[in-house]
Each structure stands twice: as structure tokens, then as C-alpha cells.
Design a protein around this ligand. Structure first.
Ligand SMILES: Nc1ncnc2c1ncn2[C@@H]1O[C@H](COP(=O)(O)OP(=O)(O)OP(=O)(O)O)[C@@H](O)[C@H]1O
Ligand SMILES: [Mg+2]
Length: 305
């Protein structure tokens, strides 16, 4: 892809950021003005839950044997989340970006086969302390990102606004985690940075205390992340995958009133580990040297004024 002065910035937004994206959009406009290419990746848990309530669809979360909790996607849930992400969250983000003067173009992973995945129809989960097998899962593991499509859009000055679902090998949509999509997109584009903007000020030592932001959150190269609660477990796994994919230590940080992306903390540039082959998802390449690489996580209070 063509070199640009600021490189590629990938921003993952979810939670309240996706509900009220004004500050994010102004920041994306400023980043583009400074010569950065930007890809926005979004989830939309709040919109999915709201739509589920309106339509009377019951949604469930399951905890995997490693403790990480994630949405269970049966047939009703995959339809619901596609409606919510493509029909509610993405139009809100695209129109807000357009209003900020940013030529945004919305894509789910289905469009152009942008995100490829392998369906995991059968899943193991822990229920009442017992590991059980759950079937009819329409979730999967990301296997590829079509970087050519993203590069073509970026080269034409568009800002792609990307979300699940992804296209599985059986030709149907599957849910993939939006944080992990951001990590895979960042690795596929050799992005200079990926920022996870979320509802809380950073990774919290105590999830009930917004003041307990960890300035740095060590994440081991394999195994369960240090926090496995709903929302944060997969975010830390995604941050680890971005790092393994050659992207500098990612920031998990809060929506801010101004400049949430440009003022996000930055780790040092990734020093070792070859970039994955462009267009393929990053296979983690950890070794003893990289064992204690960290995810930078800084909250509003810890940032300089
Ligand atoms: N230790 C923790 N540190 C930080 N957040 C935590 C922690 N444990 C649980 N959480 C929860 O994780 C949430 C963030 O994940 P969540 O999936 O809800 O949002 P998101 O990923 O930003 O948005 P979306 O899922 O819509 O893309 C926070 O709102 C917080 O309540
Ligand atoms: Mg989430």
C-alpha cells in the first residue's frame, strides 16, 4: 500500500462511543488532516441489546472454559446483530463522520468478503460449574482480512467503517468479536497504531471502580487474560493479537470530550516480530523475549492535561 505521512490508524469503538460518536468523528477528521489514513472498526453491544429488547429476542452470554465471556450467537442472534450493526450502529457512525467532513464508507465483513471466518458450530461453555457442549453457534474465528479492498478505499481517501459479521466458509454470516477484528485489520494493514475506545477509562483493577485504572496491564503471551469479565476479556486477547501482529502496544482507553484518539496513550513501536503476511490474520509469534509485553491502558486522569 502507498506510504502516507502518518501511517494507518485503526480505531475500535464500542459502548458509549458508538452511541455518541461526535468527539471521535472530529478527531478522525483531524487525523486525516494531519495525513493519517484511518479505519474505524465498531461493535454495538448497546444497540444489539436495545434492538433485542424491542423485538423481544432473548440473548445470552456464555463463559468459555478459559473464563472469557462472550455473546452466544444462535440463528436469532446472528440476524439480530446483523440488523443492529448494519442497520443502526453503522449508519449512525457513517452519518456522523460525513457531517464532520469525513468520507466514510460502511462495510460489514460480508461486503466484498472483507472478513473471512471459520464457523465454530459447536462450542464449549461452563454452566453451573460444568463444562458443556453448546450447538447451533453462528460465531466463528476470523481467518482473513481482504487488505486489498481496504487499501483501495484508503488510497481513494475513504475512511472504511468496518464491523462484524464475517463471511464463513459455508457462505453465511458468522459473528466475530469486533475487538479482534480491529486487531486483525491493524495487523493486515501494518497499521502504526490501534486504539480501543470504550465506555470505561481503561483496564480497571476493580471493574466496579472507575478510578482503579491500570497505567499498564501486562498480558501473558498465551492463556487466559488477567481480566476475563464480559467485554474486557476479549479486548485484552485482541490487544495481544494486535501486538503479535506487529502493531505497537495498543491502548485501551476511554471516550474523551476531545481528541480521544490523538490523546490516547501510545506504547513504543513494536520492536521485534515480523509482520504477518499482508491480508492474512496475524498468527501469534510469542517467545520468551516477548513474554511480558504489555498493553498500555491509561485513563483520563493519568493523561497529561
Ligand atoms: N477489569 C475491567 N476493566 C475494564 N472494563 C471492564 C473490566 N471488567 C469488565 N469490564 C467491562 O468491559 C466493558 C467494555 O467492554 P464492552 O464489550 O462492554 O464494550 P466495547 O467492547 O467497548 O463495546 P462493543 O462490545 O459494543 O464493541 C466496560 O464497559 C466494563 O464495564
Ligand atoms: Mg465488546
Amino acid at each position: 500500500m502507498s506510504a502516507v505521512p502518518g501511517g494507518v490508524t485503526v480505531v475500535k469503538c464500542g459502548g458509549v462511543v458508538a452511541l455518541d460518536p461526535a468527539a471521535l468523528c472530529a478527531d478522525v477528521a483531524a487525523l486525516r488532516g494531519a495525513g493519517h489514513q484511518v479505519v474505524v472498526v465498531h461493535g454495538g453491544s448497546a444497540d444489539i441489546d436495545r434492538l433485542a429488547e424491542r423485538l423481544g429476542v432473548v440473548t445470552r452470554h456464555l463463559t468459555a472454559p478459559d473464563g472469557v465471556t462472550a455473546r452466544f450467537t444462535d440463528q436469532a442472534a446472528i440476524e439480530l446483530l446483523t440488523m443492529a450493526l448494519a442497520g443502526v450502529t453503522k449508519p449512525r457512525l457513517v452519518t456522523a463522520l460525513q457531517s464532520a467532513g469525513v468520507p466514510a464508507i460502511g462495510l460489514t465483513g460480508l461486503d466484498g468478503g472483507l472478513l473471512r471466518a471459520r464457523r465454530k458450530a459447536v462450542q464449549r461453555a461452563v454452566l453451573d460449574g460444568r463444562t458443556v457442549v453448546v450447538r447451533d453457534n453462528h460465531g466463528g474465528r476470523l481467518t482473513g482480512v481482504d487488505h486489498r479492498l481496504l487499501c483501495a478505499l484508503l488510497a481513494d481517501s475513504y475512511v472504511p467503517v468496518v464491523s462484524p459479521p464475517a463471511l464463513a466458509e459455508h457462505g453465511l454470516p458468522v459473528n466475530v468479536d469486533a475487538d479482534r477484528v480491529a486487531a486483525a485489520v491493524a495487523a493486515a494493514l501494518h497499521a502504526s497504531t490501534v486504539v480501543f475506545l470504550t465506555s470505561v477509562p481503561g483496564v480497571l483493577a476493580d471493574p466496579a471502580d472507575r478510578g482503579s485504572v491500570l497505567p499498564v496491564c501486562p498480558v501473558a503471551p498465551a492463556g487466559p487474560p488477567p481480566y476475563t469479565g464480559r467485554g474486557i476479556g476479549l479486548k485484552l486477547v485482541a490487544a495481544r493479537e494486535a501486538l503479535a501482529g506487529g502493531v505497537r502496544p495498543p491502548a485501551v482507553t476511554a471516550r474523551r470530550r476531545a481528541d480521544p484518539v490523538r490523546r490516547a496513550p501510545r506504547g513504543p513501536a513494536a520492536a521485534e516480530g515480523p509482520h504477518p503476511t499482508a491480508g492474512r490474520c496475524a498468527a501469534p509469534r510469542w517467545n520468551a523475549v516477548t513474554l511480558c509485553r504489555v498493553v498500555t491502558a491509561t485513563g483520563e486522569r493519568a493523561l497529561p492535561a
